[in-house]
Design a protein around this ligand. Structure first.
Ligand SMILES: [Zn+2]
Length: 202
């Protein structure tokens, strides 16, 4: 039996030191754990896979997500998609914040496929984010793609970086709002949107 330790070192050198898993193995050591312990042995790879999924929005753009699903219609009443679940990571702590987004717009000539609205929310959620920017990005993306009379977005979320560290009371929710066009300038439109969102618990 010759020098098993050297063998291990050689093997580690062969690993791609740039992978997320490789760094995660180091982080596990730094928090005082043993990355070779049975339960943790595959954790770095699992973490890498999870993180890549949770940040998959970086590899998407508006065109791939919407995939041409904008339709011309004669419809000019409010379109609202409520309670879109999302999970994001706060860019300050890389801990989850999650909740619901409510998206509405007043079409001019074009509407979006309804399922695309949820995909759009998730594209922006699956990045390192702050809730305010995510809210505004969703609104501006819709404005850019179908040039409606207005867009309203409300995001309600709980932030684990605050809740787990005890910064915020357990039930605290952050609400962010982006109103563009008619939603900003026309009180009736805005009120209709707000009452439709509130009525969800009926
Ligand atoms: Zn945070």
């Amino acid at each position: 039996m010759t020098k098993p330790t050297e063998e291990i070192i050689l093997n580690e050198e062969k690993l791609d030191t740039k992978t997320i898993a490789c760094h995660m193995r180091e982080i596990i050591k730094l928090v005082g754990e043993d990355p070779n312990r049975e339960g943790l042995r595959k954790t770095p790879e699992r973490f890498e896979k999870a993180l890549k999924f949770l940040t998959g929005g970086y590899h998407q753009n508006l065109d791939t997500v919407l995939n041409g699903a904008t339709f011309s219609v004669c419809y000019d009443d409010m379109v609202i998609v409520k309670d879109i679940e999302f999970f994001s990571l706060c860019e300050h702590h890389m801990l989850p914040f999650f909740g619901k987004a409510h998206v509405a717009y007043l079409p001019t000539k074009k509407v979006l496929g309804l399922s695309k609205v949820a995909r759009l929310v998730n594209m922006f959620a699956r990045r390192l984010q702050i809730q305010e920017r995510m809210t505004s990005q969703i609104a501006h993306a819709i404005e850019e793609k179908i040039a409606p009379q207005g867009v309203g977005v409300i995001v309600e979320a709980r932030h684990l970086c605050m809740q787990m560290r005890g910064v915020e009371k357990q039930h605290g929710q952050a609400v962010t709002i982006a109103m563009l066009g008619a939603f900003r300038h026309n009180k009736e439109t805005r009120d209709e949107f707000l009452s439709l969102v509130r009525s969800r618990k009926g």
